[in-house]
Ligand binder design. Structure first.
Ligand code: PEP
Length: 258
């Protein structure tokens, strides 16, 4: 059964001091959370530090990226096996900031997806259109192509126990979220597309929304049938804001009936 999943992506922010303070406060705040899932994605060098505070907590560890190789001569890269060694549960792949700044393409991202599944970690496949694609009415085809590239290489079965995060690029960090009704249409389309291949995987897959989520707007998103959680950037760097978002998920009575 799906349940709401809230993930905080701290991106390239913080230092040893601020990250320690943030995670201590967050673990304390989330001590009674039981109805939704929560994860934090710190910068890679602080994964180990954060992991130590997450032992016996209600918060899972998420990594912001992974390499396609498991070991070898790949200077500067981090493997899925290494992330697993640190008790990581989720890994973001295909975030638009990596697609844009590191020129990651769909095939490369599909390989990351596959290696994570092989090792036993949960990929969070970020998809979404840019402003030009949005304005020209290409949102649906862009999103479906990003999913198709995984299915084409590895089959739909890899989406079993995986997560998709729909993040319109123009909504990320802009303070201008997409409309919840519009997001619902995209999520439904994505779920239907996967259902063409496998209905039970489609019913179980968690589809998050990301893009300028705040404590004030998050409930409108949870009210939509096919929005199963949120990926939060800026608001996750503030304990109060992030905890309010987690609380909104915890208190939301979402009935899933397939
Ligand atoms: C993100 O980068 O995944 C994101 C959703 O950021 P923000 O919440 O700041 O828009």
């Amino acid at each position: 059964m799906r349940r709401l999943l809230v993930i905080g992506n701290w991106k390239l922010n913080g230092n040893k001091n601020t990250i320690t303070n943030l995670i201590i406060k967050l673990v304390e705040a989330c001590a009674n959370i039981s109805k939704c899932s929560v994860a934090i994605a710190p910068p890679v060098v602080y994964l180990d530090l954060v992991m130590r505070y997450l032992i016996n907590s209600n918060i899972w560890l998420c990594a912001q990226n992974v390499d396609v190789h498991v070991s070898g001569a790949f200077t500067g890269d981090v493997s899925a096996a290494m992330l697993q060694d640190l008790n990581t549960r989720y890994v973001l792949i295909g975030h638009s900031e990596r697609r844009i700044h590191h020129k990651e393409n769909d095939t490369y991202i599909a390989k990351k997806f596959f290696i994570l599944k092989k090792i036993g970690l949960i990929p969070i496949l970020c998809i979404g259109e840019n402003k030009r694609e949005f304005d020209s009415g290409h949102t649906e085809s862009v999103c479906l192509n990003q999913i198709k590239s995984v299915i084409k290489l590895f089959g739909v079965e890899v989406f079993n126990n995986s997560v998709i995060a729909y993040e319109p690029i123009w909504a990320i960090g802009s303070g201008m979220s997409a409309s919840p009704e519009r997001v619902q249409i995209v999520h439904k389309l994505v779920r239907n597309y996967i259902a063409n291949y496998n209905v039970s995987i489609a019913n179980e897959i968690v589809i998050q929304y990301g893009g300028s989520i705040t404590p004030e707007n998050v409930t409108q998103f949870f009210n939509q049938k096919d929005i199963d959680g949120v990926l939060v950037g800026s608001a996750s760097l503030n304990v109060d804001s992030f905890y309010k978002i987690v609380q909104a998920a915890e208190n939301h009575d979402k009935s899933y009936h397939g």
